[in-house]
Ligand binder design. Structure first.
Ligand SMILES: [Zn+2]
Length: 262
């Protein structure tokens, strides 16, 4: 059984070449039992929650958060906090994977660094308050990201789409966080990432697609889909010389351990 712990179903659907129903059917046919819809901006928060409620029995779970490339005014952050409160009061913790994705993106710099940092710190606090993991995005900003995490100590966290080497992975593990690998793990020349994926212990690892981005081999070049996560599982099993079922079991256990979603 496969799990895609990080996908943007809304972006896949907005692209216009696949329907919501077809995404779910593809998951079912491939044995992908869970898919986590990751929120990236204020306008998508309510959609993510509704999407998970609607497809509760088809394995859809969700996060609430504001991506570092999305605007995050104080009003936006308050709306995020209000909806998170609503989810908890409604008792929907079993659908709720965590707060994010949040973090720092100095590569695109769509928002000023100060706004990104304020938003990241706010969301770490929100995750702590509710005892759920924070889902972290970091691009060309690892030093600042780690400094904030070290200072605020979220407790539970996931470094999503990890793309560093084994030394960087060690730093993330030291923070007590899980490390999630995406489709770029399957790229032939990603040698440092391969080393990191061999280094990270199985009980601290998650797998994801980040669909519609970062499509794994052999579909690289096409738009990514949640059910392609199976290719990353198979690649990782081969890379580590482990049985596919061991990887499946480990990711499932970690998925249940990291958050209240089940
Ligand atoms: Zn993402």
């Amino acid at each position: 059984m496969y799990i895609d712990t990080h996908a943007h179903f809304d972006l896949c659907i907005e692209d216009g070449d696949i329907t919501e129903e077809d995404l779910l059917v593809e998951m079912e046919e491939s044995g992908t039992a869970f898919g986590v819809q990751i929120s990236i901006d204020v306008k998508g928060l309510r959609w993510s929650y509704d999407f998970a409620k609607k497809h509760r029995d088809r394995g859809i779970r969700f996060s609430l958060g504001i991506h570092p490339s999305s605007r995050a005014t104080e009003i936006d952050l308050e709306s995020l906090a209000a909806l998170t409160e609503e989810v908890m009061v409604a008792g929907d913790i079993d659908l709720f994977f965590g707060i994010g994705e949040t973090g720092l993106d100095y590569y695109r710099m769509h928002q000023p660094a100060a706004m990104q940092q304020r938003s990241f710190e706010f969301q770490i606090g929100l995750a702590q308050h509710h005892g759920v993991p924070v889902i972290v995005h970091s691009r060309e900003a690892m030093d600042d990201t780690v400094a904030i995490l070290k200072r605020l100590k979220p407790g539970k966290g996931i470094m999503h789409c990890f793309s560093g080497d084994s030394t960087a992975a060690a730093g993330i593990l030291d923070l007590g966080m899980y490390i999630s690998f995406a489709g770029n793990l399957t790229y032939k020349n990603a040698h440092e990432l391969h080393d990191a994926a061999k280094y990270v212990p199985l009980d601290r690892m998650l797998l994801e697609t980040d669909a519609p981005f970062l499509t794994p081999v052999p579909f690289r070049g096409k738009k990514n889909r949640p059910h392609y996560v199976s290719h990353t599982y198979k690649f990782l099993a081969q890379l580590r010389g482990e049985k596919l079922s061991s990887i499946e079991d480990a990711v499932y256990r970690n998925f249940l351990a990291v958050s209240g979603a089940k």
